[in-house]
Design a protein. Sequence first.
Length: 279
Amino acid sequence: MLCPSPNASFVRLKRLAVLRKEFVQLIIPQSNMKTDWSGYHENKDKLRAEIWYLLKQSGAAIGEPIGHIPNFLGADKAAEKLASLPIWQQAKTIKCNPDSAQIPVRSRALQDGKLLYVAVPRLTDNRCFVELNPADLQKRNIPLEEAAIARKAIEYGRLVSFAEMESIDLVTVGCVAVGRGGGRTGKGAGFADLELAMLAEFKLVKNNTPIVTTVHPLQIVADSRLPMQAHDWPLDWIVTAGEIIETETIYPRPTGLDWDSLRQEQLEKIPILRQLRDK
């Protein structure tokens, strides 16, 4: 684990403590923090609201964080640190979320010649992933940095079904909050867990496939604040601009889709789930 200097850590922690105290004192109206996916887990809703507030008030957020996987200052440096890890260097095929916070991760993957899969936003297509092959992109004179942007990835990449995909060596997921023990939560929609569960169903993600995220230090919280449920996928690595954390998580991984935990709205809006259910 790589750690920032003691003085830098002290200043950061002091600022974090002040911001958290302000959050508790102000009690931000939850109506200002409601999203399309609020209401499923009250404690996680409050945690997300706190993180979004902290990122905004500290000036660490890039753009509007509320309702999103927040983009953050230092995302490019976190991607560089991730790329220094052996799990990255050994990976030939990477699956990444489509959020802005991970644009540097996707760009680095393409620059490093890795086959990249990016989930279709909200999983609205039967072919849930876009395949980006850096050799093909370069042959077509498409800038790799541009292809790393989600809306451009759909334009330049190839939509693929699970049957067309190659086995994945490394998974990157977007997070709103994370714990050093491997707990995580996204924006509440459950897309990351669904994607991983479906990939596991098709044997494209295995029990030892590393799962990583890049976040701002303000997104790291106490493990006790992130209780993991049976369908939640834990993190193996957390990377910030200044720190690499191997979680050595004790949380078990799901082995596939947990049909009992799926919401009716997910079945209604995600066509591939209906197909898999009918099979």
